[in-house]
Ligand binder design. Structure first.
Ligand code: URA
Length: 434
């Protein structure tokens, strides 16, 4: 086999076989297939696309490039969850312990994404003492004992993805549906869960801004999961404004804890019920969505989800008392109000701009090695559809200094579009792909 022939085959629109894809992926990881040839192949994929079979084979070849976790020693159907990412998305902090409290084990490995706000690991690490860098044996042991864990991906999980992503990043081939789908799913497949629930976001704060793009990605990922023997379901959900109110690491942990107490924002609670019901159904714990929702609501009401959150935090070295006393979490010394300049309705929000404002305050990373400040961020009080008057408080800026807070205000204001008429409500869930 020669890389040249495989590039030409893809360039001409043909389907590569499992052996050919494994040859390219393995050769690339070992340094035997050159970057320039893999770059050319990526560009051919970008223009020609891939069949579902081909995308699944690529995913499997990538997953096999590193360690594949074996979760068979943990009883029950293990269900993983993945979000394509968004502003204020603290769903995993709620969902992982909540679903585990219903008896379905949730082993979650997260990447440390580079984005406008911190990722799930950064949010969790705002809890004093909490560790997310744990070895595989400790991870498996925790899932067995506690029922859930949220940890960082180990260094040997899908090395092919790290190398391929770095090449895609510099060859303008990131936004290709089969390449994104195989990148995300290779990590889920290597993570070893039996079933996977995907939250694919769409809107101004999402990676994919339009619903059709999100649907195409959801379809591609579900097809991969099902072909590789993992039951997979995707929900396409709204990210046209921040989820909940809090954007920033410790602020988001507070909101997640409030949600586990049954006192969370409506959109976040509803999303957790929708995704959680899918997880319980795939986990074989309930027959249908209604039964799943009832069980999840029961665990919110009786505190079972919150107790599971505390168990998970304790198992990872964190201070479980943050669930009773959120003031133990880091908090910023300065809070500044953002006032509404005019009367009307919040017609739309640029969620990414909100995320950028939080990032500039220190809540996210502009570069891979930037340090995150867990205490800073924004609390978005007025969301899309809210009637506002001049002088109303739209948002609160939590910052290290008054200067940094004041500097963030114009960015927050720019994220709001205020007009005379009420906007048409957008759904929270656009569709379900099975
Ligand atoms: N997230 C990933 O893990 N991979 C991609 O290619 C895009 C988003």
């Amino acid at each position: 086999m020669r890389p040249y022939d495989l590039i030409r085959k893809k360039r001409d629109g043909a389907e590569l076989t499992a052996e050919e894809l494994a040859f390219l992926v393995d050769g690339f990881v070992r340094g035997e297939v050159a970057d320039y040839q893999v770059s050319a192949w990526l560009m051919a994929v970008y223009f020609r696309g891939m069949t579902d079979r081909e995308t699944a084979e690529l995913t499997l070849a990538m997953a096999r490039s590193g360690r594949m976790l074996d979760l068979s020693g943990i009883p029950g159907v293990k269900v993983d969850k993945h979000s394509s990412g968004g502003v204020g998305d603290k769903t995993s902090l709620v969902l992982v312990p909540l679903v585990a409290s219903c008896g379905v084990p949730v082993p979650k490995m997260s990447g440390r994404g580079l984005g406008h706000t911190g990722g799930t690991l950064d949010k969790l690490e705002s809890i004093p003492g909490l560790r997310t860098e744990v070895d595989v044996d400790a991870f498996l042991d925790q899932v067995r004992r506690v029922g859930c864990a949220i940890v960082g991906q180990t260094a040997d999980l899908v090395p092919a993805d790290k190398k391929l992503y770095a090449l895609r990043d510099v060859t303008a081939t990131v936004d290709s549906v089969p390449l994104i789908a195989s990148s995300i799913m290779s990590k889920k497949i290597a993570g070893g869960a039996d079933a996977i629930v995907l939250d694919v976001k769409t809107g101004s704060g999402a990676f994919l801004k339009d619903v059709e793009g999100a649907r195409a990605l959801a379809r591609a990922m579900v097809a991969i999961g099902n072909r590789l023997g993992r039951q997979t379901v995707a929900l396409i959900t709204d990210m046209d404004q921040p989820l909940g109110h809090a954007v920033g690491n410790a602020l988001e942990v507070r909101e997640a804890v409030a949600t586990l107490r049954g006192e969370g924002p409506g959109d976040l609670t509803e999303l957790c019920l929708a995704l959680g019901a899918e997880m319980l159904r795939l986990g074989g714990r309930v027959r249908d969505e209604d039964e799943g929702r009832r069980l999840l609501l029961e665990r919110l009401r009786d505190g079972g989800g919150l107790r599971k959150f505390q168990e998970m935090v304790r198992a990872q070295g964190g201070d479980p008392a943050v669930a009773e006393e959120p003031d133990r979490l880091p908090s910023a010394p300065v809070t500044v109000e953002v006032h509404c300049p005019e009367e009307g309705y919040v017609q739309a929000m640029d969620a990414e701009a909100v995320g950028r404002a939080a990032m500039v305050l220190g809540a996210g990373r502009a570069r891979k090695d930037d340090r995150i400040d867990p205490s800073v961020g924004l609390v978005v009080l007025a969301k899309t559809g809210t009637r506002v008057s001049r002088g109303d408080v739209l948002a609160l800026v939590h910052a290290r200094t008054r200067e940094e807070a004041e500097a963030a205000v114009p960015g927050v204001l720019q994220a709001y579009r205020i007009g005379a008429t009420a906007p048409r409500p957008r759904p929270l869930v656009y569709g379900r792909v099975v």
